[in-house]
Design a protein around this ligand. Sequence first.
Ligand code: CO
Length: 352
Amino acid sequence: MTVIEKAREQASKSTLDNSADTTVVDMHTHFLPSQWPDLEQRFGTPDWPWLKHTEPGKAMIMVGQKEFRPVYEALWNPALRIEEMDRDGVDIQVMCATPILFSYERPAAQAAEVAQIMNDLALEMCSHNAGRLKALCQVPLQDIDASCREVSRAKASGHIGVQIGNHVGPKDMDDEGLITFLQHCASENIPVLVHPWDMLGRERMSKYMLQWLVAMPAETQLSVLSLILSGAFERVSRDLKLCFAHGGGSFAFTLGRVDNAWHHRDIVREDCPHPPSHYTDRFYVDSAVFSEDALDLLVRVMGEDRVLLGSDSPFPLGEQQVGKLVREHSSFSPGRKSRILGANAQAFFDLE
Ligand code: CO
């Protein structure tokens, strides 16, 4: 019996579910390479991210000379990632960049170079076990032409999709340039994961990780509503495969409020011909919501075919035992668990 078969047997015994036959796909995880070229030296400007290895297995993500976040080896060591996947009964992991590397606020040519470096290093990590480790590329989203070029290059070299930050400075997802990029991805069948970053209201949320707890879900909701209320979904191809991280942030919980506003205020429906809830069949969300009640609501709002297992590991704000919330759900049918744990992601990414 292989390690993964053992893990599956254990997982299925401990939770009495029937998902042991499912190919489990964790579609939202982050990576950083163990090291990369010194960007401060390369570009001659300060405050680029780098990884300071502090002790065996541990490191600090640095921004210039400032400590950003302590991290551990799973972030850069593919062998350890596979071990943790075996422990949790995960067959395939989709890794994407840590948003601090997006560099959208930098000159576009520099962000394009960073994207190429990180995208190539991601594939190098995946090559450790190409069947089980997959990567989403990053692009220099402040330059749409360069982004289209890089996403096509990355797809041709082995990336299975792209992760983008949810905004570029003041430009939200209804920006014409961003729509052009989404359209390009739709035309080349490249799935897009939208990840919140560069959070709003920073000056009021300096303590207790409030940027991550309050602003991040709001960022994602802002992105979803930008697309819906601007009528962007009326223009973008139905072929677009679009997924929002963290269960779509505050979207599902506040959809009733938004629908009510659409019905009763003409300025809300100005550019949007249908009630906002009409558009939930145009995108997907991951399952990183950390409570059964929230997951129930999410599945009711989005449908069981539009929620994909995503853990946000290996960060402390991610699911610590990947898939536990879904596997141990008290009332989901085996079929529903199986779809959320893997079948939905297999279809989304065209995985075997
Ligand atoms: Co994440």
